[in-house]
Design a protein around this ligand. Sequence first.
Ligand code: GLU
Length: 419
Amino acid sequence: MEKMDRNDPLEMALEQVDIAAERLRLSPGMVGKLKSRQQEITVQFPVKMDGDEIRIFTGYRVQHNDIRGPYKGGIRYHPDVSLNEVRALAMWMTWKSAVVNIPFGGAKGGVICDPKTMSATELEHLTRRYTWQISSMIGPERDIPAPDVNTNPQVMAWIMDTYSTMKNRTVPAVVTGKPLELGGSVGRHEATGKGVFITGAEAAAHLGLSLEGARVVVQGAGNVGGIAAKFFQDAGAKIIAISDSTRGIYNEKGLNMDEVFVCKSRYKCLIGEQLKAEEITNAELLELDCDILVPSALEGQITGENADRIKARIIVEGANGPTTPEADRILYDRGVFIVPDILANAGGVTVSYFEWVQNLQNLLWSEEEISEKLTSILKRSFREVLDISEREKVDMRTGALMLGIKRVADATRFRGFYP
Ligand code: GLU
């Protein structure tokens, strides 16, 4: 048998299914169905770079499961994108949509590229050509992409424009996370970070930890980590450290998030000197003494290797898959409370759902409506996951997986198999 790589995201995702499926007593046939992917595509395509040179890029779209509704999930641009990573992320989207009980399945896309070294024109060419290559797989009732690592509303606008041009009509509902000017929803931009805060605050309340003065450490200063940090700070917590892909910065007295944003936009990275903070590595940041740790970057950050040294009391997973199953066991034994990714960062796909619903009906909801609906869905989901984890005496991740996977398995049984 091939040796299993414990830090391979797909191996992690499959192991998580086994853990939940055993508790749910699912049949081997059902487990096989849930672990398998319905469709996946690898595309290689040429992009004309600024110097007129042609470069070939590789991209993926993986459609894991659409039993409960159209496939849904973001598109990631990153040099480390791999097919197994996209497969894992697609599977996590299926469970995530089911945990918050919105009528979507799960998919994910990715392109191997380094957007930090590419111009806006090159990114536009890459996005349009990738969209064209996956265009037969996507659509408002089929598969609806959204932003993920290194993609943003502008990228979504290019996808929507390319798809609409191909169809000879404007199709806003083909993607979510669009600019407001093109049918994007108010509240979508901050939804993931806000959801991380809402579920993190629920966890703190459950454990009797006051947010006033709580020490929070955030890995990632982008759309998820940066925004979550701002919400925690506004609630009275102290952001003692935050990082980006280059480094972390640390100040025990607390950082000012508004200054962090100014530094990021001016210098494109965090600079200790500018922010009156000590520079540390991302690895050191994870092990800082704190109350709440918010990993909001990439997968496989908390592993069997460093889990023993994590000092946080609560971990709120802004990223997808930051903690390996081996680390989960160590942290659970040590009493660390984890709000798992498929619950903690589900605010993004939840407001994506609101955006899609508004687009299909040509409606515009208010910010208050969106915020109220998002908060109530996340609080209810947190409570449901907590109830399962207490009843079954399992960690919150297993509770969330049991909730999500059971919903998908039940829907599968009702539909049956055709032919
Ligand atoms: N990429 C985000 C996630 O991982 C959002 C997905 C969406 O809105 O469809 O949840």
